[in-house]
Ligand binder design. Structure first.
Ligand SMILES: Cc1ncc(COP(=O)(O)O)c(C=O)c1O
Length: 386
C-alpha cells in the first residue's frame, strides 16, 4: 500500500488517521474488520481492487498505509508476525550472499539466520556496530543486507543509524541497510529518514501495545524493492488476518501517549534500580551513564520503555527476584501496557546459547508498562529484598 512520503501531519495525528477514512459503504468511522477471504468480481478480472485476502484485504491495506505514514515511508507491508516480516526481508538475500548483522539481536532473528537460512546458502556474520570501523571491516563484496536493532534486544546498545547506512551504501549498489525498529517505534526514531532502506517491526510489541495480537510489518521507500517484497508477501503468504490488523490499527492510535508514559516510568525505575544496593549494573539508554547516551539523545526522542540490569547476587538471586514480582509478570514479549520481567538467557534468547551472541545468564530484562510508577517501584523493591 502506498502513502504520502511527505506526511503533512504530526505523528500523533497520523497515528489516529493515516490510511483510514470513514468506510465508503456505511460511513463507519473505525475501519471495519473485513472478515472475508475472497471478493466477488463483476467479470473475469474486473473487481474493486481485491481478489483474495492473502493478496490484499481492506483492513490490512489501512494498517499498511498507517504504519508506512508513521515511519515516513511510501510503502507498507503487514505480516503475520515480526519473524514473518524479517524472514520475507531476508528472502531478498540470495544463496551465496552475505548478511552483516549487529551483534545483539532478538534470539529469533539469530535462530532464523543460524538454524534456517544458513542451510539455504545465506552467509552471515555479526559485529559490534557501536564500532563503525568494525562495520566497515565486516562488509564483504557480497554483502546484500546490513541488519541491526537499536536499541538492541536485550543489551540495549544504541547504534548510529545514519552513519551505518552511509557505510553500507558505500559498499556497493546492492547493499541494503535495514533496521528492526521494534524497541524504539517510529515515535522515538524514524530510520528511513536517517538513511535506512528498510524498517521492520514486530507489531506484537509497542505498535499493538496491548499484548493481544502477534504481527509484523515492513516499511520502505524504494519502489523496486517494494514490488519484490509485495510479491514475496503474497507468494509466501505469511499475512495477518483482518482481526489482527484491526487490533494493531487500534493500538497504534495511542502509540505516542503510551510511549511517553513508558519512557517516563522507565526512567524513574532505571534511576531507582541504579541507586539500589542489590543492583550491579543498569542498562537504560535514557541514563547519562549509558555508553551511547549522547547518541541516544540525538537519535531518539526519549529512552524508551525497556531496561536491562544485573544483580550482585548473580543468577541465583536473579531467579528469586523473577519469581517474587507481583505486578511485573514473568513472561516473554514486551511493549504492552502491562509490565513484564524475564531472563533472556533462558527465555527470549535461549537460541543464542554457545554462540558469540550469548547473553549473560543473569541479565534481567524488564518491559516497563503503564501502571503507576510508584506501584512498580514498590513491586521491584519487595522483590529485591534479601
Ligand atoms: C526486536 C524484535 N524483533 C522481532 C521480534 C519477533 O517478533 P514476533 O514475535 O512478532 O514474531 C521480536 C520478538 O520478541 C523482537 O523483540
Amino acid at each position: 500500500m502506498t502513502t504520502n512520503s511527505n506526511p503533512p501531519y504530526h505523528i500523533e495525528t497520523l497515528a489516529i488517521h493515516a490510511g483510514q477514512q470513514p468506510d465508503p459503504s456505511t460511513g463507519a468511522v473505525m475501519t471495519p474488520i473485513y472478515q472475508t477471504s475472497t471478493y466477488a468480481q463483476s467479470a473475469v478480472g474486473e473487481h474493486k481492487g481485491y481478489e483474495y485476502s492473502r493478496t490484499g484485504n481492506p483492513t490490512r491495506t489501512a494498517l499498511e498505509a498507517c504504519l508506512a505514514a508513521l515511519e515516513g515511508g511510501r510503502y507498507g507491508l503487514a505480516f503475520a508476525s515480526g519473524m514473518a516480516a524479517i524472514d520475507t526481508i531476508l528472502r531478498l538475500v540470495a544463496a551465496g550472499e552475505h548478511v552483516l548483522a549487529g551483534n545483539d539481536v532478538y534470539g529469533g532473528t539469530f535462530r532464523l539466520l543460524d538454524k534456517v537460512l544458513k542451510a539455504y546458502g545465506i552467509e552471515y556474520s555479526f559485529v559490534d556496530m557501536t564500532d563503525l570501523n568494525a562495520v566497515k571491516a565486516g562488509l564483504q563484496p557480497n554483502t546484500r543486507l546490513v541488519w541491526l536493532e537499536t536499541p538492541t534486544n536485550p543489551r540495549l546498545k544504541i547504534f548510529d543509524i545514519a552513519a551505518i547506512a552511509k557505510i553500507a551504501h558505500a559498499n556497493n549498489a546492492r547493499t541494503l541497510m535495514g533496521v528492526d525498529n521494534t524497541f524504539a517505534t517510529p515515535y522515538l526514531q524514524r530510520p528511513l529518514e536517517l538513511g535506512a532502506d528498510l524498517v521492520a517491526h514486530s507489531t506484537t510489541k509497542y505498535l499493538g501495545g496491548h499484548s493481544d495480537v502477534v504481527g509484523g510489518a515492513v516499511l520502505l521507500n524504494d519502489t523496486e524493492t517494494y514490488a519484490r517484497l509485495k510479491f514475496l508477501q503474497n507468494a509466501i503468504g505469511a499475512v495477518p488476518g483482518p482481526m489482527d490488523c484491526f487490533l494493531v490499527l487500534r493500538g497504534v492510535k495511542t502509540l505516542p501517549v503510551r510511549m511517553d508514559r513508558h519512557a517516563e516510568n522507565a526512567l524513574t525505575i532505571a534511576q531507582f534500580l541504579s541507586d539500589h544496593p542489590a543492583v550491579k549494573e543498569v542498562i537504560y539508554p535514557g541514563l547519562s551513564d549509558h555508553p551511547q547516551y549522547e547518541l541516544a539523545q540525538r537519535q531518539m526522542r526519549n529512552g524508551g520503555g525497556m531496561i536491562s540490569f544485573l544483580l550482585h547476587g548473580g543468577l541465583e538471586t536473579a531467579r528469586k527476584v523473577l519469581a517474587r514480582t507481583h505486578l511485573f509478570a514473568l513472561a516473554e514479549s514486551l511493549g504492552g501496557i502491562e509490565s513484564l520481567i524475564q531472563l533472556p538467557s533462558a527465555m527470549t534468547h535461549a537460541s543464542t546459547a554457545g554462540s558469540p551472541l550469548e547473553v549473560a545468564p543473569d541479565l534481567i530484562r524488564i518491559s516497563v508498562g503503564l501502571e503507576n510508577k510508584e506501584d512498580l517501584i514498590d513491586d521491584l523493591r519487595q522483590a529485591l529484598k534479601e
